[in-house]
Ligand binder design. Structure first.
Ligand code: HEM
Length: 455
């Protein structure tokens, strides 16, 4: 049956079909081998809306703003998170990123205040101090570093200090490794045709279970430390622990707390680390942009650490970050599954169909962007207005838009400003850095940089 408001089948448009091979296996194979190329090739060959079989799923790839508007915003309640996110469930449990329905709504309401403006203001000092400490350490060591490892480390430390008032620095190496293993697992498990139960001791499962022991131990330590202190505290953890169910007055149990904390710490530090890493990668190749950024920081701060009020003044830094997220969106793809049949801009979307957006290809679509592959922060400065609705979605769209988007922007501006003030980095020549589109878009194998003496 057609949804209300659609008079008859004659008003529907037909959608191009791409071949999926036997049982949709060919598409699974190509999507796994090079997922970004998979989206790009389908857009180039079939246009901005195309359907195909991806393993057992009917799958629609869309680069069309009107379809995005319908699925992610206007009729969002008819869509749930994609079954292809199942790889995240053993890691994140029923945390905010993948929970659904009334439970998600309640958790989002509870969590939202931790990201209000007044809270963000209070976080800036910790963000700036952590960034300054990193710069001091790197200047003292000098030599070669992997910028991506350093960005993961500093954003983890910031997440620890701001969200749960805990110093995660000492575990940074183990946690960093565990996050990498967990993310790789989620990726492989999500697209696997058959999911091997976790108790079977395959090498992948064993690696994953070890990684989860490390991550769970980190979360347990945070929760236990807070329970022992007998004070809730006013951070995110305190808020979650102090929250009471509207109906039965019950507190969140340890499992729910664990899932929410794991989600916020992982979603919160890995994405921002990727944004900062790709920013360093681009700045090192565009010295004029880097010089202008340094000038802006110098003029605004004259050597002191940034405050919350400075963030809005550093508009060129913000444009650099926006442009980096256009070219290298940390959340490079996301999906929904239709609960009931729907019609989006005249296209029928059958119940059970998965609708996927690839922000990497959307953000480089020549229909929306001039010179789409060129790094031009100016396009995000006030007045430039190149961006059109739903052609730029680094933080998603609709009710499930990233809860941490302002946190991420403030953090990235602050860390970048402090780095531009205090570090002189250059790329180690001759390296090739590839895209690693896992759950987030990582640089592979990392970004090797030299810490030069400061002039
Ligand atoms: C540059 C950094 C970040 C990027 C690019 C990013 C991107 C995204 C995107 C695209 C979504 C929507 C996914 C979907 O629709 O399926 C999302 C959701 C989410 N993000 Fe972020 N994010 C970033 C930073 C953060 C931070 C700092 C936090 C928390 C501290 C965070 C926590 C979350 C959570 C909890 C959700 C799920 C929200 C919900 O469904 O209600 N993210 N993020």
């Amino acid at each position: 049956m057609l949804p209300a408001g659609i008079a008859n089948a004659a008003s529907l448009r037909s959608m191009p079909h791409a071949p999926g091979g036997l049982f949709g296996l060919a598409t699974v194979f190509t999507a796994r081998r090079d997922p970004i190329d998979f989206f790009r090739q389908h857009r180039d060959a079939y246009g901005d809306v195309v359907q195909l079989k991806l393993g057992p799923f009917k799958y629609i790839i869309t680069h069309r703003p009107s379809v995005i508007q319908r699925v992610f915003v206007e009729n969002a309640k008819n869509y749930m998170k994609s079954p292809l996110y199942r790889g995240l469930r053993p890691v994140l449990g029923n945390g905010l990123l993948i929970s659904e329905g009334d439970f998600w709504r309640k958790q989002r309401r509870l969590t939202q205040p931790a990201f209000h403006r007044e809270r963000l203001e209070g976080f800036v000092l910790a963000m700036a101090n952590d960034a300054r400490d990193m710069c001091t350490r790197l200047n003292a060591i000098g030599g070669e570093i992997d910028a991506h490892v350093e960005m993961m480390r500093v954003t983890l430390r910031i997440a620890g200090h701001t969200l749960v008032s805990t110093d995660l620095e000492s575990d940074a190496k183990d946690i960093g490794h565990a996050v990498t293993v967990a993310v790789e697992f989620a990726n492989i498990y999500g697209l696997a045709l058959v999911q091997t139960p976790l108790w079977i001791p395959t090498p992948l499962n064993l690696r994953f279970r070890r990684a989860m022991r490390t991550l769970d131990a980190m979360i347990d330590r945070i929760i236990e430390g807070r329970r022992r202190s007998n004070e809730l505290g006013s951070d995110l953890l305190g808020m979650l622990m102090g929250s009471r169910d509207e109906n039965d007055g019950g507190a969140m149990n340890n499992r729910q707390l664990r899932d929410e904390l794991m989600t916020l710490i992982l979603a919160g530090h890995e994405t921002t680390a990727n944004l900062l890493s790709w920013t360093l990668w681009l700045l090192a190749q565009y010295p004029a942009v880097e010089a202008r950024a340094r000038e802006e920081v110098h003029a605004a701060l004259a050597g002191r650490l940034p405050t919350f009020d400075d963030v809005s003044k550093l508009s060129y830094l913000r444009a650099i970050l926006d442009e980096t997220m256009r070219l290298y969106p940390p959340a490079w793809s996301f999906e929904r599954q239709a609960i009931e049949e729907d019609v989006a801009d005249g296209y029928r979307i059958k119940a059970g169909t998965v609708v996927g957006i690839c922000t990497y290809t959307l953000h480089r679509d020549p229909n929306f962007w001039s010179e789409p592959d060129v790094f031009k922060p100016e396009r995000f400065l006030a007045g430039a207005a190149e961006r059109t609705k739903h052609s730029y979605l680094p933080f998603g769209a609709g009710p499930r838009v990233c809860i941490g988007n302002q946190f991420a922007i403030v953090e990235s501006v602050v860390v970048l400003a402090v780095m531009l003030q205090r570090l002189n980095l250059s790329l180690i020549p001759g390296q090739s850095v590839a895209l690693e589109p896992q759950v987030t878009l990582r640089p592979k194998p990392g970004i090797q940089m030299r810490v030069n003496p400061r002039s």
